[in-house]
Design a binder for this molecule. Structure first.
Ligand code: AMP
Length: 515
């Protein structure tokens, strides 16, 4: 087995795959012998500094939810989210790093892993991508790249099946949804576009089951079923079981225990499907947007590829079959294909950046694989052009790098200072499609100090580039003086971690044992 690996850091489950000697990816089971590891963390109260990861953490969570974390991916990049345990505040990056550390530890038994690519949902913004990379570094991994989950799945699919044509990847996991359209010709892949929702997935379907249980209990006893976090944790696990069973059976019968007594309930598949209809309608809207961006109709899609555990729900498969007039493709394992594809991506990344470090067998195995990815969002800056009708300055978001531009890409635009004697420029880097600054995210802000005593309208060259790892770099240059502001992107912005911060936290986390 080589030192090159791919990790699917999922909302509910995570997996690690390594490239073998001939460049084929293989899932490495965890120390419990399981191929997938629940993305759950539990801070042991009995043994100081010991942290349980995976199935044990899921089970312990019911005992003491205050010491447990699940679905951390939903908070990735959220600077205000913290979990306080034994007086220490844990950030989403740190919690995620514990899961990664366990995967690294279990995956390194045979030989160490050195270079890793971690997958993220296609619609993750810069802040979340940077947070994911930081989590990897905190876990002591050398993160050589980030890959979009549907792209990783398609990479694995295209390299193991004989595929040609326009493929739509429908990726519905534990907490996120992505739809990606790409053209595949053998092992040549060109991404066309992606759309997604970072708060739509299996946990939302579980919540609908909990709502059905609560309704039934309230109807019978006129009382709340769930009155504590501990009970909620238990019902969350029960709800997931019921949901999975409903993928195989038409109804589930269960006795639930609440404060007023027990109740025998039955939940039918059709009841559940009705409850999740509004959620699935959201995936439909995003498919329509993606088709429009790809200038395709449903009949121009040659294959629909399913990715993510939630695509096991029959309603998803039936709905897609009706929409596209053909059954979706289930040739690849929906749980494992992202990690497997991420490992291939890691091999391709190394072949591009450091070919001499790639063993000959792997280089030969991957030599025909070609991937052309695109920029997943539009990036711009806030400027103040003159409105033609009123003659006044208006604040606008001016897009510099357009969504779906093939990677790597670089665009330079010239902007001008606004008034005489302007000695400062408030630089704002935006992510989003709208001209109106209200409807885009400001993902970084900086002050650019300019030379004094100049007239207005001095040119500033703004250069945005986007690398193959889906990370952006920005450069502002004052043409007169040659002065440059490079925005070290996301480091320290929006509460993100600076390099020094990552290094310090990595040292601190070394003191914790994950099991
Ligand atoms: P992933 O993030 O791809 O690992 O997907 C995990 C999600 O898939 C979780 O919410 C699981 O509950 C869900 N899932 C797994 N198996 C099934 C199934 N048979 N039916 C419905 N949902 C499932």
């Amino acid at each position: 087995m080589s030192t090159i690996a791919g990790i699917d850091l999922g909302t509910t489950f995570s997996e690690l795959a390594r490239l073998n000697a001939i460049g084929r990816p293989e899932i490495v089971p965890n120390s419990e012998g399981e191929r997938i590891t629940p993305s759950a963390v539990y801070f042991d109260e009995e043994e100081a500094g010991a942290i349980r990861i995976g199935l044990e953490a899921v089970n312990c969570r019911q005992l003491n939810p205050d010491r447990a974390v699940r679905w951390i991916k939903r908070h990735m990049g959220d600077a205000s989210w913290r979990k306080k345990v034994d007086g220490r505040d844990w950030s989403p990056e740190e919690i995620s790093s514990l899961i990664l550390k366990k995967l690294k530890q279990d995956g390194s038994v045979e030989s160490p892993i050195t270079q890793v690519v971690i997958s993220v949902p296609a619609h993750f913004d810069e802040v979340r991508r940077k947070a994911t990379m930081d989590a990897g570094k905190l876990a002591g991994l050398q993160v050589i790249g980030i890959v979009n989950e549907p792209v990783a799945a398609a990479l694995y699919y295209a390299t193991t099946q004989n595929v040609n044509g326009r493929v739509l990847v429908y990726d519905l996991g534990g907490g996120t949804f992505d739809v990606t359209i790409l053209d595949i010709n053998g092992s040549d892949m060109k991404i066309v576009c992606s759309q997604g929702d970072h708060a739509l997935g299996g946990v939302d379907f579980d919540s609908k089951i909990i709502e059905l249980l609560e309704q039934a209990y309230r109807k019978e006893y006129k009382a709340d079923l769930i009155t504590s976090e501990q009970e909620r944790a238990k019902f969350e696990d029960d709800a997931e079981d019921i949901k999975k069973t409903l993928s195989r059976r038409n109804a589930v019968r269960k006795i639930i225990y609440g404060p007023k007594g027990s109740l025998k309930v039955e939940i039918t598949r059709s009841q559940f499907e009705k409850a999740i209809e509004p959620l699935l309608a959201r995936t439909d809207i995003l498919i329509e947007v993606a088709l429009e961006e790809a200038q395709s109709t449903t009949s121009q899609i040659n294959k629909v590829l399913l990715v993510g555990g939630s695509t096991r729900m029959p309603v998803v498969r039936e709905h897609l079959e009706k929409k596209f007039g053909m059954p979706p493709e289930i040739a690849v394992n929906v749980d494992e294909c992202v990690a497997l594809g991420a490992a291939i991506h890691a091999g391709l990344t190394l072949l591009r950046d450091a070919p001499d470090k790639v063993p000959a067998g792997i280089a030969a195995g991957l030599k025909d694989v070609r991937l052309k990815d695109v920029c997943n969002h539009s990036y711009g800056t806030i400027c103040a052009p003159i409105d033609e009708e009123t003659g006044r300055h208006v604040i606008r978001n001016s897009i510099i790098l357009k969504k779906n531009t093939p990677l790597p890409c670089e665009v330079t635009q010239t902007f001008y200072t606004l008034f005489d004697g302007q000695s400062e420029l408030q630089v704002a880097i935006t992510q989003g499609e709208d001209e109106d600054p209200q409807y885009v995210n400001r993902i970084a802000t900086e002050t650019f100090t300019l030379p004094e005593n100049r007239p207005a309208n001095r040119p500033i060259q703004v250069c945005y580039s986007y690398d193959v790892n889906q990370r952006m770099h920005c450069r502002f240059e004052d043409s007169d003086s040659g002065k440059v502001l490079e925005v070290e992107f996301c480091t320290g912005q929006n509460g993100g971690m600076t390099r020094a911060h990552v290094e310090q936290a990595a040292r601190e986390l070394n003191g914790y044992k994950v099991q």
